[in-house]
Design a protein around this ligand. Structure first.
Ligand SMILES: Nc1nc2c(ncn2[C@@H]2O[C@H](COP(=O)(O)OP(=O)(O)O)[C@@H](O)[C@H]2O)c(=O)[nH]1
Ligand SMILES: [Mg+2]
Length: 238
């Protein structure tokens, strides 16, 4: 951690150094192995990120219920402790494996690589990684994913993208979750979208509510289209 000795410091701004350069280089190497493997096996890999409690596991459950008869889907899920999320996803009818990080606040490519070795990937079309819940560290670790999807819940406040810009900069799709609560909260989709797109103009945005089903068909259709796109691209190059 270093304090910029400029006017920023005078204003009390503290800037973080990236002192984990070699760790990130090692991570990138493993992420490339994952990317190659999922390409060879024709699997679409999605990295789901958000703060804790934004609705990632609930979304995995609803996605599993809708897609399990249309394609072969599996989920790897990271948490500091417990197997609760994997159990919830299994109840929805798809195979899930918990990665217990034992205190580490993000998933690293090496952990995903090891977990992939423990499940049968034969015939899998769609593999999700539900990352550990926070908007900071998971943003810096490439997991070899095809797409990074970040949830921002209406309960978190619409000011988060500019506070945690790296997560939104590195995401392909932002799901505004818990939209069923919009009538009760000082949160606007327009404000969160504007701030997120100031950071990343290419960011796609969808509004969802897993509890009411709002936007879940649109989300599932997005996934089906991405699976098809990847499989067709592989067929052309084969
Ligand atoms: N109102 C509302 N609550 C939700 C929604 N999705 C999830 N939740 C609730 O939010 C809490 C955290 O959800 P969970 O899926 O465990 O979040 P995760 O920590 O990101 O995996 C749970 O109590 C869920 O029932 C939603 O669309 N609307
Ligand atoms: Mg969860």
């Amino acid at each position: 951690m270093s304090v910029e000795k400029s006017s920023k410091a005078a204003r009390g701004t503290v800037q973080c150094d990236n002192s984990s350069f070699s760790l990130l280089k090692a991570n990138d190497f493993m992420a490339e192995n994952i990317r190659k493997t999922v390409k060879e096996k024709n699997i679409l890999l999605i990295n789901i990120t958000s703060s804790a409690g934004s609705g990632k596991t609930t979304l995995m459950q609803e996605t599993a219920k809708r897609l399990k008869d249309k394609l072969k889907m599996k989920v790897l899920v990271g948490d500091l402790e417990t197997e609760r999320d994997a159990d919830r996803i299994k109840e929805a009818g798809v195979e899930a494996l918990q990665i217990v990080t034992g205190g580490i606040c993000h998933l690293e490519a090496q952990m995903v690589w090891q977990a992939m070795d423990q499940i049968d990937l034969e015939g899998v079309d769609l593999l999700f990684v539900e990352n550990v819940g926070n908007l900071v560290c998971p943003a810096s670790f490439d997991l070899g994913e095809d797409y990074r999807v970040t949830l921002i819940a209406t309960t978190e406040g619409d000011d988060k993208p500019k506070k945690y810009p790296r997560m939104f900069l590195t995401s392909d799709l932002m799901l505004v979750s818990k939209c069923d609560l919009l009538p009760y909260l000082p949160f606007t989709v327009e404000a969160v979208t504007k701030d997120a797109r100031d950071i990343n103009p290419d960011l796609e945005v969808m509004e969802i509510a897993s509890t009411s089903g709002q936007g879940i068909d649109e989300w599932c259709n997005w996934l089906l289209a991405k699976v098809k796109e990847k499989q067709e691209a592989k067929a052309v190059t084969a």
